[in-house]
Ligand binder design. Structure first.
Ligand SMILES: Nc1ncnc2c1ncn2[C@@H]1O[C@H](COP(=O)(O)OP(=O)(O)OP(=O)(O)O)[C@@H](O)[C@H]1O
Ligand SMILES: [Mg+2]
Length: 152
């Protein structure tokens, strides 16, 4: 099996991260999964916020980190988007209780997606964010090779 295509993108500041999220937002359809990975403070929530603002058309939309509720659902132009934060997930049974199966019929946007284990959806776009100097971040994209036009 060939290795999945990987693209690395330099994000010089928060606006660059938001632009990448807006590019992803333009390509979203029901059934899609966006998996966000990377350490604390890497920008996973910032990415999710920019994406949700783009697909709701509301630049002031409040997008808190769903650290305690674990999931927050937004009605958007492309249908419901379920924003998960799995940092506190206790295991796969807890994910089932949160309605994971039904959510994947809509769009899921998942922080700490590495916690999904075997439940990781096939065909997902994975965005791995890492910190650098100051506001610099890097994004490593895997998946959606034919779907996203992103600058290298
Ligand atoms: N290029 C950038 N991209 C994203 N966030 C940035 C960037 N530069 C600075 N920031 C800041 O870094 C912080 C990222 O925090 P954020 O909550 O999005 O991280 P996170 O990955 O969701 O962390 P956690 O794992 O704790 O949920 C924010 O304060 C944001 O303003
Ligand atoms: Mg977060």
């Amino acid at each position: 099996m060939p290795a999945p295509p990987i693209r690395a993108i330099a994000l010089s500041d928060l606006a660059a991260t938001a632009r990448l999220a807006e590019t992803v937002a333009r390509s979203l359809h029901p059934g899609d999964a966006i998996l966000l990975e990377g350490p604390l403070g890497a920008g996973k929530t910032a990415f999710a916020r920019a994406l949700l603002r783009a697909v709701t058309g509301d630049p002031a939309l409040e997008v808190p980190s769903p650290t305690f509720t674990l999931v927050q659902t937004y009605e958007t132009r492309v249908g419901p988007i379920h924003h998960f934060d799995l940092w506190r997930l206790s295991g796969p049974a807890a994910l089932a209780e949160l309605g994971w199966d039904d959510a994947t019929a809509d769009i899921v946007l998942v922080e700490w997606a590495d916690r999904l284990g075997a439940l990781r959806p096939a065909g997902a776009l994975t965005v791995r964010l890492d910190t650098g100097e100051g506001d610099a971040r890097t994004a490593i994209l895997s998946g959606w090779a034919d779907r996203l036009e992103v600058p290298a």
